[in-house]
Design a protein around this ligand. Structure first.
Ligand code: GAP
Length: 446
């Protein structure tokens, strides 16, 4: 994890937030390559969920919703962690992590570092429930304002729009509503870089189905989402599906499976797929007084659809992709760090480099760059030795490098370098676009 954090900072993927003020726990800012990488993850998700299908539509709901939404969803009463405080070291711990061997990393703030409660000076409070939702106020005047919450999940914005979408998009179950957006949780346990943050983006889809088809669709979505992660290069040996035990299930769920990734911190949740039954639509119907059901106008059949929910985190997916792609190898006695990112995920697809900064090579390289950037995210890089520039592109995961050299002026060919095989071939300039397009369309092999 230290290597991933260092590379992310060095190459401008992710920075600790508010760093010049000493940082803010569990908060990170995405730099240029981080934004491009994150955008690619979201685009691939929307592609698989919306663009390539006929049965799912998109939504972008508000972050601040009517406060009753969170009463209906159970978040006001139930979305909380049991916490204990240490009066000596002032740290806060999840009560359920204290004796849990899976959470050996939880340590007291005093030396010698032991489990909280084991250091002689430890003075722990009784567990107290702590709601994870951030609260704020809407209204011009403090006294007359209304308490509202920043959404802790995007899902509820979807449920409360069920009627709008079902009627206006004239959808009949099975159909889904997909949303990508920010969510906020007042997380107090250590974040492990971007694995757990206060502010994060979710990619959630609520799939509304006839009640008697729920089990079948639940299995379908577990498989479908597992395959999506493999499609973008995550190693099969680093990915698994873990069905929840009965006692782990959320109050609304009759079945949940986590897709887990083997992060450097161990197997941890990357995405959850839940069979939420009719809990959400029934609750919102009761709290709002609006009927949320499907009515077949031809047959008169009516029912409250059940919901299957695949819910993934953008930051967690970015972290899994970075961990899986990170590699170190040896080129002619020199160590290189390389991100073997799938081309569809890589922030930059192709870098164009003049071999030397003279003899008209920079001008030729720049002209090629200007053509290619109309097709794909491309970078022009003329600073430093060619070796250094290759290393830089390898570290940001650019799959291909195009080098303009002395021969380019003579026969209008360039060198095309492959990041992973290190193979270099000469390609006529007129064929470069087609060749890159062909390589990009090839199925990805890690
Ligand atoms: N609507 C269901 C729901 O929100 P969740 O398992 O709490 O379920 C779904 O969240 C996904 O959102 C998780 O699998 C994870 O990828 C991401 N996620 C949740 N909390 C997060 C946090 N504090 N920081 C980063 N990602 C988080």
């Amino acid at each position: 994890m230290d290597k991933i954090v260092a590379l992310s900072k060095r190459r401008g993927f992710v920075f600790p937030s508010s760093e010049i003020y000493g940082g803010l726990a569990s908060s990170y800012d995405y730099g240029h390559y981080g934004v491009l990488l994150k955008d690619n993850v979201k685009a691939r998700w929307l592609e698989a969920m919306v663009r390539e299908r006929d049965d799912i539509v998109a939504l972008d709901s508000s972050i601040i919703l009517h406060p009753r939404v969170w009463e209906a969803s159970g978040h006001v009463s139930g979305f909380s962690d049991p916490l204990v405080d240490c009066r000596t070291c002032k740290q806060r711990f999840r009560a359920d992590h204290l004796a849990d061997p899976e959470h050996e990393e939880v340590r007291c703030g005093k030396r010698p570092s032991k489990r909280p409660g084991e250091t002689p000076v430890c003075d722990l409070t009784e567990p107290r429930q702590f709601n994870l939702m951030f609260q704020t106020r809407v209204g011009a005047v403090e006294e007359t304002g209304v308490d509202v919450y920043l959404r802790p999940e995007t899902a509820q914005g979807i449920f409360i729009n069920f009627k709008n979408v079902a009627q206006i998009a004239r959808r009949k179950p099975p159909f889904g509503i997909a949303q990508v957006g920010k969510a906020f949780r007042n997380e107090i346990t250590p974040g492990n870089f971007i694995f757990r943050t206060l502010e994060f983006e979710q990619m959630e889809m609520e799939y509304f189905v006839p009640p008697d088809e729920a089990d079948e669709w639940y299995r379908y979505w577990v498989d479908e989402r597992y395959r999506w992660h493999l499609r973008y290069g995550v190693r099969e040996s680093h990915l698994r599906v873990r069905p929840h035990e009965a006692e782990e299930l959320s109050h609304y769920s009759s079945g949940t499976s986590d897709i887990e990734y083997l992060f450097p911190i161990g197997w941890s949740e990357l995405e959850g797929i839940a069979n939420r039954g009719d809990f959400d639509l029934t609750q919102h119907a009761e709290f709002s007084g609006t009927k949320l059901e499907y009515v077949d106008t031809a047959t008169g059949e009516r029912y409250v659809p059940h919901v299957i929910e695949p819910a993934a985190g953008v930051g967690r997916t970015v972290l899994a992709l970075l961990c899986d792609a990170y590699d170190e190898d040896d080129i002619g006695g020199e160590q290189r760090t390389v991100l073997r990112l799938a081309p569809h995920i890589a922030p930059i697809k192709v870098a164009v480099l003049p071999l030397v900064n003279k003899d008209g090579q920079p001008e030729k390289a720049r002209a090629i760059y200007e053509q290619l950037r109309e097709l794909w995210p491309t970078e022009y890089d003329a600073g430093g030795s060619i070796g250094k520039r290759y290393r830089r592109q390898d570290e940001i995961g650019t799959p291909w490098g195009v080098t303009v050299d002395g021969q380019t002026g003579e026969d209008r060919t360039v060198t095309l370098r492959d990041r992973d095989s290190l193979e270099q071939v000469r390609v006529p300039l007129d064929e470069l676009g087609d060749e890159l397009g062909r390589r990009l369309a090839d199925p990805w092999r890690s």
